[in-house]
Design a protein around this ligand. Structure first.
Ligand code: AMP
Length: 247
């Protein structure tokens, strides 16, 4: 396979402190979703990513998010929305480990989710946080209480958007995006693209790069399985590779 087909993390444009963390974690090579998503996200483009858990999707959007942070600015600059507390904690841990060599004092990451006393989260937010990872209901709650501000947020990650839809969070997701600054970047990841998720993408993403792992077939709810070749959006279709692709 050619060097072009198998880029390194450095080829994707990541900076040395992130490359160092990846090296320490033993990540030798980008997965297909990482190779497809990292360059457009580093350019500041919105992204519609179709990938399941196990493909390396977390690093695909959190590495560019980390590279674009201004660590001297203690306001919240990035919010990642996840369907569950467990995923919020997992993504927060990934962000911490990828960002551990950035800046002098590191990256301040805070998971916020329902079930934890809100005053604990409020106190942590007041001390200064760069990245919030949270479930949509609790993030909205903080925004309505004004214990969290969207004013400095330049990046939104929507992780497992179809699961957020299944859990009844899409109205909260839309509310949050509607109150976000106009110049924000959004990376939306979803294993499937049911109609309400497509609608969120059409309403809130601006000319997104469209990256997906090639499957033989996919199922849109309410339709028969269709081949990717039937999709009309401009698409980067990434090859199946045994280790990372579910196909
Ligand atoms: P995810 O799909 O983001 O949940 O990632 C699945 C697992 O793959 C996690 O344990 C990651 O730490 C790991 N991982 C992600 N990207 C790479 C990579 N490029 N090389 C090796 N492991 C990776």
């Amino acid at each position: 396979m050619s060097a072009e087909a198998e880029p390194t993390f450095r080829d994707l444009g990541l900076i040395d402190p992130l490359l160092r963390s990846l090296d320490e974690l033993g990540y030798e090579q980008p997965t297909p979703i990482q190779a497809g998503a990292i360059p457009p996200l580093l350019e500041g483009r919105d992204l519609l990513g179709q990938a399941q858990t196990g493909t390396g999707k977390t690093a695909a959007f959190t590495l560019p998010l980390l590279q674009r942070l201004d660590l001297d600015d203690k306001s919240v600059q990035a919010i990642v929305l996840t369907p569950t507390r467990e995923l919020a904690l997992q993504v927060a841990e990934a962000v911490r480990s990828y960002g551990k060599h950035l800046g002098k004092r590191g990256v301040h990451v805070l998971p916020i989710y329902g079930g934890q006393p809100i005053h604990i989260q409020r106190n942590a937010l007041q001390r200064g946080v760069h990245v919030v990872i949270g479930t949509p209901g609790r993030v909205r709650d903080h925004l309505e209480r004004k214990t969290l501000s969207l004013g400095g947020v330049r990046f939104f990650g929507l992780d497992e958007a179809d699961e957020m839809l299944k859990m009844g969070f899409i109205e909260d997701v839309e509310w949050i995006l509607e109150h976000a600054p106009d110049d924000r970047q959004i990376a939306l990841f979803s294993a499937t693209l049911p109609r309400p998720i497509r609608r969120v993408s059409e309403r809130h993403l601006h000319d997104p790069a469209d990256v997906k792992i090639a499957h033989r077939t996919m199922t849109l709810p309410g339709t028969e399985p269709v081949s990717y070749t039937h999709l009309t959006l401009p698409t980067i279709i990434l090859p199946c590779r045994s280790r990372w692709s579910p196909c």
